[in-house]
Ligand binder design. Structure first.
Ligand SMILES: [Zn+2]
Length: 301
């Protein structure tokens, strides 16, 4: 027995090292994500100009280029208004994206972007909390982020996320109902992924390029479904933002260049009384204190 336990432990460590079971590290612990530990989202990607059916919202979605903290000249005063030391302006977006995605290509599984600059990427998942103050905060701070939306969490209020999209933030696919995909067969996975892909395309005029599986749980059927549904990458994460603390996957408990950070649209009922903007301020402090700034994920893949 002892040998078996040791063997399984070795396998678990190997899987962890390979990032294959992130759900055990920071995945949503329940389908309703009541737990402040969390899962992943996905981000919307390059909006097709003028491709939408919603005239009010075409704006410039993710991929409009440029951008990042400071690029909109968010003032030090704006940061201090929210109780945060100013983040450095991010470098200009790379001329060649470090990660190349191809329609109909293999679907990579990505937890970080290979870069040298001290930039990280913020992703925000699900869509349950719809705090108007968060829209104001991100407008004032000009911090880019990518949203991975689940239809059941959005609960009909896609208009809220359109306001964030108009700030230049990407919207991506996080399934219709937030299931554990590993527990579903290929056809059911496809329904969850293609279903949300179609909804987002109908609502925003652009089909997402990125997909994030709930709880970080995926398998090869997920990969095949993502490709069949028209998305191009599975996006996981390296850090998961809790209420005050950041949860790190690496033993050194630090941010690394190119890390993707997971956060959630959550409010006081899920965050023990903490608001979405307070949680976001906590996250930005962790980033600022380690000498990092925030860049736009869609500029890098
Ligand atoms: Zn989720």
């Amino acid at each position: 027995m002892g040998a078996n336990i040791t063997r399984w432990r070795r396998i678990a460590v190997a899987l962890l090292a390979a990032g294959l079971i992130p759900g055990l590290i920071s995945g949503c612990s329940t389908a309703s994500e009541k737990s402040p530990t969390a899962d992943r989202g996905n981000s919307a990607t390059t909006p097709a100009p003028g491709g939408g059916s919603h005239a009010e919202a075409e704006g410039d979605g993710a991929g409009s280029g440029g951008g990042g903290a400071g690029s909109g000249a968010a003032s030090a005063a704006a940061f201090r208004k929210w109780g945060i030391e100013p983040l450095a302006a991010p470098p200009a977006p790379p001329k060649t994206k470090p990660v190349t995605l191809r329609a109909n290509g293999d679907v990579p599984v990505i937890s970080d972007i290979p870069v040298k600059d001290k930039v990280v990427f913020i992703t925000v998942d699900d869509g349950a909390e719809k705090d108007p103050k968060f829209v104001t905060m991100m407008e004032e701070l000009k911090i880019p982020f990518s949203m991975f939306l689940t239809d059941s969490a959005v609960n009909g209020n896609y208009g809220y996320f359109q306001r964030l999209r108009q700030q230049g933030n990407g919207i991506h696919n996080h399934t219709l109902t937030h299931p554990n995909l590993r527990a579903l067969g290929a056809a059911a996975q496809k329904r969850e992924i293609c279903g949300q892909q179609d909804k987002l395309k109908a609502r925003y005029g652009t089909a997402p390029r990125l997909f994030r599986p709930p709880y970080g749980n995926w398998n090869e059927a997920t990969r095949a479904a993502v490709k069949a549904c028209g998305a191009q990458a599975i996006v996981l994460w390296r850090e998961s933002m809790q209420i005050k603390n950041m949860q790190y996957q690496r033993a050194d408990q630090k941010l690394h260049p190119g890390d993707i950070i997971l956060a959630h649209f959550r409010g006081p009922s899920e965050l023990k009384g903490t608001t979405m903007t307070e949680m976001t301020a906590n996250m930005l402090r962790h980033i600022q204190e380690q000498g990092f700034t925030v860049a736009r994920l869609e500029d890098y893949l």
